[in-house]
Design a protein around this ligand. Structure first.
Ligand code: FPP
Length: 261
């Protein structure tokens, strides 16, 4: 959006204001994807049950969603629950689903006020009916919004998505000769969306954890040691500024190097 929009919510004279003023609004990432990691460690550091880390992580979700929308990011995707996360204790899985439902119910007004459209990516058909109802209500209530698209990746796996896309392409009767990268991407959960330009991972792990495997082919990766429940507007601004300093080449060479050949 604009500097004014982001400055509206930032205290004057703060470090966040200085960071926001450094952002180049002409070269924002179109799509930011986030692997929210470190909730368990955050809770362990405080001798709290793991679920308290997830609960605290909701405040970070709020901060990132609002800051991204104010910046004018077109798509934000948060990795909330992977296909592998079912291996966690049932009580933790149940709590994650409860937090998600509660978040959607409580945040609908804020999403609408910020013109944010909500969507879910993943194998949603395997989710419980009460979760599906809440997700459907959230998508329906924000369907008319024209601002940022906010994807929650839920029961999501990058390999599962590629398998699902292949199945859909076969079901749609696409002939092998017709199938190229552009056509294939139309069968992904993110069909029609720009690929992530920036992938953020919290808590210092250097892994992509089966997240958006197809779509992150050329994404810039930014990893911070900050644990997800501590992640705030400042960290997102730092990530965007770091992204804007990167030299993206998509497998090519720098224009200056090309000239000297
Ligand atoms: C990873 O931390 C985090 C998750 C598996 C879940 C993230 C979910 C939320 C923040 C809450 C709901 C989300 C939304 C979008 C409303 P971890 O438990 O793997 O942490 P650890 O690696 O320190 O154990």
């Amino acid at each position: 959006m604009s500097l004014e929009q982001i400055l509206e919510g930032i205290p004057r004279g703060s470090a966040d204001e200085a960071l926001a003023r450094e952002v180049n609004f002409e070269t924002l990432p179109a799509h930011i994807a986030v692997i929210m990691d470190g909730n368990g460690r955050w809770a362990a550091q405080r001798h709290l049950p793991r679920v308290e880390g997830h609960r605290a992580g909701i405040e970070s979700v709020r901060a990132v969603v609002e800051t991204s929308a104010r910046l004018g990011i077109r798509v934000l995707t948060l990795y909330a629950f992977s296909v592998e996360n079912w291996k966690r204790p049932a009580a933790e899985v149940g709590m994650l689903m409860t937090l998600l439902k509660r978040y959607l119910r409580l945040e609908l007004d804020t999403l609408n006020r910020n013109n944010i459209r909500f969507a879910v990516i993943g194998r949603t058909d395997e989710l419980a009916p009460d979760v599906l109802d809440e997700l459907a209500a959230g998508q329906e209530a924000t369907a008319q919004n024209t601002g940022m698209l906010f994807n929650i990746a839920l029961n999501y796996g990058g390999r599962a998505e590629i398998v699902d896309a292949a199945r859909r392409a076969i079901e749609a009767g696409v002939a092998p000769a017709e199938l190229d990268e552009r056509r294939f991407s139309e069968f992904l959960y993110t069909a029609g969306q720009p690929d992530p330009d920036l992938l953020i991972r919290t808590s210092g792990e250097m892994r992509v954890s089966n997240f958006l495997l197809w779509q992150i082919a050329y994404a810039e990766i930014w990893v911070t040691d900050t644990l997800w429940p501590d992640f705030r507007r400042r960290h997102l601004l730092e990530a965007v500024l770091a992204y804007q300093k990167r030299d993206r080449r998509y497998g090519g060479i720098k224009p200056a190097a090309a000239l000297s050949r």
